[in-house]
Structure formats: C-alpha cells, structure tokens
Design a protein. Structure first.
Length: 325
C-alpha cells in the first residue's frame, strides 16, 4: 500500500503546491510505515519530487491531456490509485484539484475531506482538522471508508525537504485507459498570464480595488508587486468593470488566496472577498476609510490615501533591497 499524490504541473513544470503535497504525504507515510507515489501528467523532469520524500512517480504522457479536463484527469488518478492499491489519495486545493477531488472520491467510493489544514489527528480512527464556514472555524472530520481522499488547503503545511530522501526517484511510464466519455467538456480557449508571478504560486499578493479610481492607475500596483516579487490581484468589482483581467479576481467567487502576505489597497472588504483571502497568514490593508470592514480582519492597517502611501512604500522597499542585496 502506498500514499498517492497528484503532483500538479503547468507547462511541464511542477507547481509549488506539488512540493507542499509531497512534504505532507511523506510525513503521513512515515507515521503509517508506507511510501509515497506521485502521479504526474505531461511533466518533464520529475527528479525534484525526490527531495520532498516521493519514492515513485507514475508518469502519464498523453496529448489528449494537454488541456485540463476534470473527468479525464480524475479517471487517471483513479486508475493510478487502483494500480498502487493506495488507501490514501492526496490532492491540493488549487482550482483544478477542487474540481478533481470529489470526482476522484466518487470513482474510488472513498470518503473525502476538503480544506485539510494539518496532519491527521489520528489514523485509527482516521481524523483530520479542516477549515469550515469560509475559514471562520475549524472542524474535526472522521473518515471511515477503506479508501480516503484528502484535499490539502494551500499554504497550510509548508514545504520541507525530507531528511531521509533518496537521491533519485523511481519512475514508471503509466498509460491509463482514457475514453471519449472523459472529454464531454471541451476546452475552447485558455488565457495565460506570462512573465508574471501567478496568484497560485505567489507567496505575496498585492491586490487593489475601486479605490484606485481607474485602470490607468494600476502601474503603481504592478510596480509594488514587482519590487516584492508578488502577484497582482483585484476585487470583483474591478474585474467586472474590465479594469483588470478576470483571472486576477480573488475572493470567494474568484480565486481563493492563502499567501504568506496579502496586501489590500483600496478594497473595502466585502464578506465574499474576505472569505476568499482569510487563509492568508498576514493581511495588510491600506484604505482612506477607517471604518472599512477590512480593518476588522487585518493584521496591519494603514488609514490613508493609496496614491500617497504606495509610492513611498515602493521607494522604501527599493532602498531596503539595495542595501541588503
């Protein structure tokens, strides 16, 4: 029996969440006395997974899977789990894996726990701690099925190189059966952001709202993000107005964010936005309105005009980096 993880990648390279998932799986595997197997789809070099405790990789290379299809990918993971006799299947909480997890659980007749935020509290009975009520509370979930599927909340465990990691990972070409029924949903177009840190992989996110007054003022947000090595994001009204791409919309109805640092500039803090970013470790708010709801959940708040504060922040960060480079 092996623990199976789905190691996500994009354009042939692993996402950061793949290494967090591998780190988590290795720790669980040590407590269960078993090994970690990863299944990858159209990924190039997989050797880096060994640093984080993966013992074996099932490599799937199939042109039909060049575009994400939840049903097809779920079928691949199901067949990989059956091949490895995996009783525990782990996925992350990215947009793709959120679609996948429930499909995998149904296919394997497995119990499923999403938004897991820590190592199992107990393995007999099997209990895990989860975020609940839009990250406002926790609950303890017990899974009693023979096969279990977990969705690990992003940035909730961390990335750790395994002390007893092997120098190489065993690889095996894996060719699961994929039928036309797996492609009932067709990908029409894919919009990709190039040359920027993506929200999914960012440790820092700089987000702005209608307080910026118009798309012509976004240059300073991009400059601040560039200095910090951060991703840029926006509130729902901003994307609805067409000021920024919909791919930058974060919140409960957009992309969930669980970064180490989230900077909100000119965002009042609607409940849907807060729910989507509440898992971020440190939240900084800049707003002219001292009564803005965002201040109630912020770790640090600055009451003031973004057009005065942000340029000063940029200069301070530039000076700091110059002195410490």
């Amino acid at each position: 029996m092996s623990i199976l993880i789905y190691a996500e990648s994009t354009e042939g390279k692993f996402k950061k969440v793949a290494f967090e998932l591998a780190s988590y799986a290795k720790k669980v595997a040590q407590s269960l006395g078993t090994t970690v197997t990863a299944v990858t789809v159209n990924t190039g070099d997989v050797s880096e997974l060994s640093k984080y405790g993966v013992d074996k990789v099932l490599k799937v290379n199939n042109d039909k899977l060049s575009s994400f299809s939840a049903k097809a990918y779920a079928d691949v993971i199901k067949q990989a789990a059956q091949k490895e006799n995996a009783k525990l299947v782990l996925l992350s909480s990215t947009t793709d894996s959120i679609y996948l997890s429930s499909l995998v659980a149904v296919a394997l007749e497995a119990g499923f726990a999403s938004n897991v935020v820590g190592l199992p509290i107990s393995t007999s009975p099997f209990q895990v701690k989860r975020n609940a009520f839009s990250n406002k509370a926790f609950n303890i979930t017990e899974i009693t099925t023979n096969i279990k599927v977990l969705g690990l909340a992003k940035n909730s465990y961390g990335i750790f190189e395994s002390k007893d990691a092997i120098n190489h990972v065993s690889t095996e070409d894996f060719s699961p059966t994929i039928g036309e029924n797996d492609f009932g949903v067709k990908v029409v177009a894919v919009e990709k952001v190039t040359g920027k840190v993506t929200i999914a992989d960012a440790d820092i996110v700089v987000s702005a709202g209608r307080g910026l007054k118009g798309p012509e003022n976004w240059a300073m947000i991009e400059e601040l993000a560039g200095v910090l090595g951060a991703a840029t994001a926006c509130s729902k009204p901003v994307s609805d107005l067409g000021w920024r791409p919909h791919g930058e919309h974060v919140g409960q109805t957009g992309k969930p964010v669980a970064t180490n640092l989230y900077i909100a500039i000119g965002i009042s803090g609607a409940i849907q936005h807060i729910a989507g970013i509440n898992s971020s470790k440190v939240k900084v708010v800049i707003n002219t309105d001292p009564e803005a709801p965002f201040f109630k959940v912020a770790d640090y708040g600055v009451v003031g005009d973004a057009f005065d504060i942000v340029p000063k922040l940029i200069e301070k960060f530039k000076t700091f980096k110059a002195q410490n480079s």
